[in-house]
Write a protein that binds this ligand. Sequence first.
Ligand SMILES: Nc1ncnc2c1ncn2[C@@H]1O[C@H](COP(=O)(O)OP(=O)(O)OP(=O)(O)O)[C@@H](O)[C@H]1O
Length: 580
Amino acid sequence: MIRRLYRLWPDPRLLARLWSLTAAQAVLQGLLLGLLVPILHAVVRPEPDIAEATPWLVLGTIGAAVYGSLSVIADPVGYAAGGRLAAQLRKRLMRHVSTLPLGWFTANNKARLARGVTADVGDAAHLAVVIGNPIITSTLLPATVVAVTFAVEWRVALLLCAIALAASWTLRRAARVTAEAEIELERASADIAGRAIELGQAQPVLRAAGHADGTPRMRAALDEHRATYRKGMARARRPFFVYTGVIAGGFVAVLALVAGLLLGEHVEVAEAIALLVLAARFLQPLGNLIDLVGALRAMTNKITRIEEILATPALPVPTEPVSGIGGPDIELSGVTFTYPGGEAPALRDVSVRCRAGTTTALVGPSGSGKTTVTRLIARFFDVDAGTVRVGGVDVRELDPEVLLDEIAIVFQDVYLFDDTIENNLRLARPDATWDELHDVARAARLDEVIERLPAGWDTRVGEGGAQLSGGERQRVAIARAMLKRARVVLVDEAASALDPENEAAITRAIANLGADPDRTIIVIAHRPATLAAADHVVSLDAGRVAESGTPAELLRGGGTFARISRQSERSRHWRIANRG
Ligand SMILES: Nc1ncnc2c1ncn2[C@@H]1O[C@H](COP(=O)(O)OP(=O)(O)OP(=O)(O)O)[C@@H](O)[C@H]1O
């Protein structure tokens, strides 16, 4: 554990200093206890010899002064260490995270990162100081005491070694049982949390059925949780009792052995007293170790989570990156890709060519790989086989900043900052003039949204853009892409139903984006109007290109694309007829 902690910090000198001070104090304490032997030897006799005891007493006083000084030095070091260690580790995590592929930032991983950077790092740093020190003291002090005891009476020293072995075995068992009990408790807690969510979500149904306080399944989960908790606690406590028994039994054994040695005249009274004091100082820190088991486990979990993030491989950066592209054409050739941890490839041998200045529509059933194509172009991930080229350059050879400068992404669910519309647009180009802002707003059909807002351009859009509808947020993102003058724009058109005004506006906005002959657009299309306006359509199925060509060619071909188009046309008419 100590080694794992040490490896976690980029500059572990602070930790090393702190732990060396603690180690020095523990060893010194053990050695000072050893001085008891000659002192008691000189004093505990029919005629005490103070002169014989004096040098040892002086040595003891010097040792105590050194011990005191070490405490004075160690206290502020320990006090400051927690905060500094946390800051160091946070910096290391953030630096590593900034090198990870964008594809790593899934909702799950973002939650892991947030927990890692805040709670886990803070706790790990705090525990490194708060647990590291007692662990060092509780192991080094008994070890020094055993060494000193060997110098006095080897039989007692051997008995102490046997007690240490038994304690260590029980401690390991306690740790294992605690871990198992924790897993069981966690499982039962997750189950009960699931039932609680269900209880909340299903309230209307439950009330209607006269089960407002939950179904028998929910009550059974509660009972099960209670039983597991009781069983887990009882199981986890057992090794603790055994450990306490080992320590107490150990002391009785030492007492018996020392008494036997005294009666057999193998040791004198002074030595017997010293041996009992040494045994007491040996057993007390050893006894404390059991209290650290729980904290140690908590720390192991936190360290494992931090280590997992740090172990995620960074996006490889070329040694001599290409610093610019020619035209904005895009080419995927023979691309095969499986998501990290995924079982089947999301794309298999996919080849797609998008000429500069054209609009390509990606279509296909859910899960066919449309989003994956756009993610690979933006290099959220690297392909397993084949190449992705932007402007003729393999994206792996391109300077990552250049690639991100050239590309704008319009997600289905656009995230906006809780700021004004103006500032949300200026994010793309802070020095844009008012004319430019108005131009892009008009082209993205955002002008009509701004006109309706109470404070126009100065309207704050709320957390994540909550004040605007999904379609309106997409228009902001399209305007941003225009302002950025991105030559490659990847659009994931909103799949959910939009009101006719937003739908028409977004189709128009995408068409305006594509009006620039120096811009290539790839749009994951869900609307017939977008498909009809595309220069080229690529239809994907189960990660493969099923068909490709102009919309007219594909319609004539009568394949999947023609079928999807006809279906969506029919449902569109159906919707319109229903509205009417
Ligand atoms: N982050 C991920 N990790 C693992 N597998 C993923 C991930 N994202 C997508 N996949 C899988 O890759 C395959 C292709 O997914 P993709 O999102 O590209 O499809 P899609 O055509 O865009 O679907 P949709 O229209 O539903 O968005 C699917 O089988 C999906 O389950």
